[in-house]
Design a protein around this ligand. Structure first.
Ligand SMILES: [Zn+2]
Length: 385
C-alpha cells in the first residue's frame, strides 16, 4: 500500500514535470481492462498506479500489444506517457469546417488521378526493403531516411522546390525519426492541415521479421499516392498541408506525441488531422470504418459526409479502444483528428504484428484507394478554403 502510494506520488510529480522516473521504467496509459490484464500477466513486474496507468519495465513494453491482442482482440491500445509534459491544454481551433454542398470539379479531377496499383507497389517497395522497421532496431533507424528520399525525389521530379521534405525529431532514446512533407500554403498564418500514418512496424512475438505491409506500410503508401496526386495539381493551396510518417507508433504512439506536444508548446495552429493506419484489408464488410473514440466528433461526421460526396460506398463506425493510433496523440494535445479504418474492429486483419503481414490476396489495392481518394478530398477541401 505504501509502495503504491509513493509510486502514485512519483507519477503525479512526473506528470507535473517535476521529477523523472528511474531509468528503465516506462509510464503507460491504457484502458482499465488492458492495464489489469498486463498486471496479471507480469505479477511483481508491473505496478498499477491508477486504473488506467501502469508502470512497466521498458523491456516489457512490446509485450503489451501481445496482451492486448489476446485479451481485447485489438491492436495497440496504449500510450507511453513517460516523457510527456503539459498535455490537455486545449488549443482547439474554432474555425468552422467548410460546408459541403456539391462536388467541386477541381477536387473531383484530382480524385480521378488516384491509381490503386501505385499503393500496392509502394507497399512492396517499402515493406520489402527492411526486415523490420521496429523503432529500436538499426533497420528501424534507416526507414525514415528511405522514406524521406522517396518523398523528396517525388517533389524534385515535379519541379516543386517550394516543398520541404525532412526528418523531424523522434522520441528520446530511439534513433528512429519521423518524416514530414510541407506543402506551403499561400497564407502561412492560417492553421495547417495534417495527414499522417506511422512508418514503424513490430512483431509481437519478438521476432526480428516485421514486414508490416498492412500495418502500416499501407497507410504510408496511401499518403504517398495522395502526395503524388496533390503534386500533379499545379494549384497552390491557401493553407499549408503537412504529411507525416510518424516514428515509434507501435511502442506507445511515441513519435506523434513528440510532434503534437511540440506543436502545442509552440502554439502551432492545426485545422484538422487525418490518420491512416491500416487501409488495405477490406474484410467481409468492404466498408470504410470511422473510429469514434479519441477523435473529434464534428470532424468525423464532416469527413464521413466528404467521403459520401467524393468517394461513395459503405461507411461504418466503431470504437477502437484506448489510443489505437496516432490520432490519439493529436486529440490529447487539443487538436481535432479523425481516423478512417479498413474494417470494423471485430473483423480486423489478424496477421498484423507477425511475419505474415505481407501483401497477398487478402489485401486489396482498390480498398486502399478509397482512403487515398478520401485523403485527397480532405487535403484539397480543407486547404483550399
Ligand atoms: Zn498500426
Amino acid at each position: 500500500m505504501k509502495l503504491a502510494f509513493s509510486l502514485f506520488g512519483l507519477f503525479l510529480a512526473v506528470q507535473a514535470g517535476a521529477a523523472s522516473l528511474p531509468a528503465g521504467l516506462r509510464l503507460i496509459e491504457t484502458s482499465p481492462a488492458l492495464a489489469k490484464a498486463v498486471a496479471l500477466r507480469f505479477p511483481g513486474e508491473v505496478r498499477v498506479l491508477t486504473e488506467n496507468v501502469i508502470l512497466v519495465p521498458a523491456a516489457l513494453v512490446p509485450e503489451i500489444s501481445q496482451v492486448s491482442h489476446e485479451t481485447t482482440g485489438h491492436c495497440g491500445g496504449f500510450m507511453d506517457i513517460t516523457d510527456e509534459t503539459g498535455h490537455k491544454t486545449s488549443v482547439r481551433v474554432t474555425e468552422a469546417l467548410p460546408s459541403l454542398g456539391s462536388k467541386q470539379p477541381w477536387i473531383a479531377e484530382l480524385i480521378d488521378d488516384v491509381r490503386a496499383p501505385n499503393v500496392r507497389d509502394f507497399v512492396g517497395a517499402y515493406s520489402g526493403n527492411f526486415k523490420t522497421r521496429l523503432a529500436s532496431s538499426p533497420e528501424g533507424a534507416s526507414a525514415p531516411e528511405w522514406l524521406r528520399n522517396a518523398w523528396e525525389n517525388m517533389a524534385r521530379k515535379a519541379g516543386r522546390d517550394d516543398i520541404k521534405v525532412e526528418t523531424v525529431p523522434g522520441p528520446d532514446g530511439y534513433a528512429q525519426k519521423s518524416v514530414r512533407i510541407t506543402i506551403p500554403g499561400a497564407d502561412p498564418e492560417l492553421p495547417v492541415v495534417v495527414l499522417g500514418g506511422h512508418l514503424d512496424s513490430i512483431n509481437r512475438r519478438g521476432s526480428k521479421v516485421a514486414p508490416g505491409a498492412d500495418d502500416d506500410a499501407s497507410g504510408i503508401a496511401a499518403l504517398t499516392e495522395t502526395f503524388r496526386v496533390l503534386l500533379s495539381s499545379q494549384a497552390r493551396p491557401k493553407r499549408t498541408i503537412e504529411i507525416f510518417g510518424y516514428a515509434a507508433e507501435e511502442l506507445g504512439l511515441l513519435g506523434s506525441r513528440v510532434i503534437a506536444q511540440h506543436y502545442q508548446a509552440t502554439g502551432r495552429k492545426v485545422r484538422a488531422v487525418l490518420q491512416l493506419d491500416m487501409v488495405a484489408y477490406p474484410s467481409e464488410a468492404h466498408a470504410v470504418t470511422f473510429i469514434t473514440d479519441n477523435v473529434d466528433r464534428e470532424l468525423t461526421q464532416w469527413t464521413e459526409q466528404l467521403y459520401g460526396l467524393y468517394v461513395g460506398g459503405d461507411v461504418k463506425e466503431d470504437r477502437c479502444g484506448y489510443g489505437c493510433s496516432d490520432h490519439a496523440s493529436w486529440t490529447r494535445y487539443g487538436y481535432p483528428s479523425v481516423m478512417p479504418f479498413e474494417s470494423p474492429m471485430g473483423e480486423m486483419n489478424h496477421r498484423i504484428h507477425t511475419e505474415r503481414d505481407t501483401w497477398d490476396e487478402l489485401l486489396d489495392a482498390d480498398h486502399a484507394a478509397k482512403f487515398v481518394k478520401l485523403a485527397v478530398a480532405f487535403a484539397a477541401q480543407l486547404s483550399g478554403e
